[in-house]
Design a protein around this ligand. Structure first.
Ligand SMILES: [Fe+2]
Ligand SMILES: [Fe+2]
Length: 199
């Protein structure tokens, strides 16, 4: 089964800045995603995208919301339409005339799966946060105190353990960090405290 999207261009540049409101975004999410674990995953990635946009890129609130929206919706179709994962949400957002950069960030969140190269910083951070976030969350679930006291060293140990969260591709994590120009250590240190407070 291939999830390749078969194209590199998404949305319409004329829609730049066109976003879903907070209410519209959460309505779509709650309609499409019934699985609480997936809801938590997308909220974690959304929080990381927002924090990175504000803290590292010094973007405006409006731009940070665009980053957050990409995080919030990147897996919106995974729960009910796994066989058309990504295609479904991309087409939905194109129909709603949403900002092309947001749609591209969603379309490129797994280049090995969707055949779309991350290009912008938003794309690259989306890809980098996605899998690392999942692995770190899996680690929190096996620790007696969850995120409390978690450090970079512990996460890196789990990264080296091939059997731990085996579905999370270590190659993809390395590839994503390289593309983003951020070391795994820096990303892990960024993720732990910000992800810990998302529920
Ligand atoms: Fe995904
Ligand atoms: Fe994801």
């Amino acid at each position: 089964m291939s999830l390749h999207l078969g194209r590199q261009v998404f949305g319409n540049p004329a829609n730049a800045g066109k976003v879903l409101s907070k209410e519209e975004a959460y309505n779509l999410l709650n309609d499409w995603v019934k699985n609480p674990r997936l809801q938590l995953h997308v909220k974690q990635v959304a929080a990381l995208m927002h924090a990175w946009a504000k803290e590292k890129e010094n973007l405006s609130d409006a731009d940070a919301w665009r980053w957050k929206l990409a995080g919030l919706l990147h897996d919106a179709d995974w729960d009910q339409w796994p066989e058309t994962h990504c295609r479904k949400i991309v087409e939905e957002l194109e129909q709603r005339n949403i900002d092309a950069e947001i749609i591209h960030a969603i379309a490129s969140h797994g280049p090995a799966h969707f055949g779309v190269e991350p290009q912008t910083k938003m794309d690259k951070m989306m890809y980098a946060f996605d899998e690392l976030s999942g692995l770190i969350h899996a680690y929190s679930l096996m620790r007696p105190n969850g995120y409390e006291g978690m450090d970079v060293k512990g996460v890196k140990k789990r990264l080296k353990e091939k059997s731990f969260a085996a579905n999370v591709s270590r190659d993809e994590i390395n590839d994503a960090c390289n593309r983003a120009g951020v070391t795994p250590d820096e990303l892990i240190a960024f993720i732990i405290p910000r992800q810990a407070v998302v529920s």
